[in-house]
Design a protein around this ligand. Structure first.
Ligand code: 8ID
Ligand code: ZN
Ligand code: ZN
Length: 361
């Protein structure tokens, strides 16, 4: 496969610096890496945090950083030690690009919790470029649509919709498992119409949970309902959100998946989680705290846990839900050149579902 030496990508040279659509070098895969011709990449709110630099984790600049960690494309080259891949395979760039493989968390398959985790679009150039390298053992194996599948012969649309599964899908699927809810129980999703939320609603439904969603703004309720959600609470209109949720669920949500990027929404969950329920923290607003009243937490014995993307098995399973048509990505495709505008909309909390950038435009 002919691989060019230069390509288009969006770079930034410092946090909050200009987002430049420019010609950059095509990276050469190391011995254990594959080179993926990225067709589409989802834009995750994490990419906005990376650009802003609002987390206590430095972004690499050498001299620039290319963001993006929901990249779907085709393997076009690979290093000499790579096993299990062939040219032409579909592959995905996800947030976790590599880890030390020696620490206790890596040993337990919790690679995302490794203190030396290598992160796409953060410590390793990501998917907002036409060609990206990924560690062969961590890149996602994306099955080709088989005959009989609704995606057969629609490979472009398929790769575009698969892109958001590579972070948002994996993350919410793992978070829902971490909620330890049982089928038939109520799961509240805070931030239900954003990128993670709109997928969380669908995974939750497919897992047999009842879904109550919290979000606000134009078109959010409509999208939530389209994704299969049951009850919607608009945080811009509802004065007492916890009371509304406790009433609607007859006692509170058994599980809460907190995917909003708003600190105020996080502590609020402690007031509508059910006794013995679980709040799963996923959204990562800068410098935020989850305030929980100790008396309430002890007496109601609810749990507050964190959940951070997922491992390779979660990746395979999350993709499998998509392959089987149980979830669809509510996407809007725009050119890579439009990334700055997508960030603006995201910062304003106006995004419905997920933006996916087409790297050829
Ligand atoms: O592994 C992880 N833990 C992980 C993985 C991927 C992303 C964590 N994240 C983090 C991101 O870094 C970000 O902080 O999850 C957060 C959400 O990412 P996203 O879904 O990609 O963001 P979005 O598409 O902008 O959606 C956020 C939604 O929250 C709503 C917005 O309206 C939007 O729909 N929201 C806001 I802003 N305030 C809210 C509030 N008070 C609210 N929803 C409910 N209550
Ligand atoms: Zn992400
Ligand atoms: Zn490790």
């Amino acid at each position: 496969m002919a691989v060019p030496t230069t390509q288009k990508g969006v770079t930034f040279y410092e946090n909050n610096g200009a987002l430049k659509y420019e010609d950059i070098k095509v990276p050469t895969p190391k011995a254990d890496e594959i080179l993926i011709n990225i067709k589409y990449s989802g834009v995750c709110h994490t990419d906005l945090h990376a650009w802003k630099g609002d987390w206590p984790l430095p972004v690499k600049f050498d001299p620039y950083c290319v963001g993006g960690h929901e990249g779907a494309g085709v393997v076009v080259a690979m290093g000499e030690n790579v096993k299990g891949w062939k040219l032409g395979d579909y592959a995905g760039i996800k947030w976790l690009n590599g880890s030390c493989m020696n620490c206790e968390e890596c040993e337990l398959s919790n690679e995302s919790n490794c203190p030396e985790a290598d992160l796409s679009g953060y410590t390793h150039d990501g998917s907002f470029q036409q060609y990206a390298t990924g560690l062969a053992v961590q890149a996602a194996h994306i099955p080709k649509p088989s005959e009989g599948s609704e995606w057969y012969g629609k490979d472009d649309a398929y790769l575009a919709e698969i892109a958001p599964i590579l972070c948002a899908g994996i993350t919410v699927f793992k978070a829902l498992k971490s909620s330890e809810c049982a089928p038939g129980q109520w799961v509240a999703i805070s931030g239900a119409a954003g990128g993670l939320g709109s997928l969380a609603v669908q995974y939750a439904k497919a897992m047999g949970f009842r879904v109550i969603g919290i979000d606000g703004g134009e078109g959010k309720e409509e999208l939530f309902k389209k994704c299969g959600g049951e009850i919607f609470i608009d945080f811009t209109k509802e004065k007492d959100i916890p009371a509304a949720i406790v009433k609607a669920t007859n006692g509170g949500a058994h599980g809460v998946i907190s995917v909003s990027a708003a600190e105020s929404a996080i502590s609020q969950a402690t007031h509508y989680v059910r006794t013995n329920g679980t709040i799963v923290l996923v959204g990562l607003p800068a410098n935020a705290y989850c305030k929980s009243n100790v008396f309430d937490q002890v007496v109601k014995s609810y749990k507050i846990v964190g959940s951070y993307v997922g491992n390779r098995a979660d990746t395979r399973e999350a993709l499998d839900f998509f392959e089987r048509g149980l979830v669809r990505s509510p996407i809007k495709i725009v050119g890579l050149t439009e990334l700055p505008r997508v960030f603006e909309e995201m910062a304003a909390g106006k995004i419905l579902g997920r933006y996916v950038v087409d790297t050829s435009k």
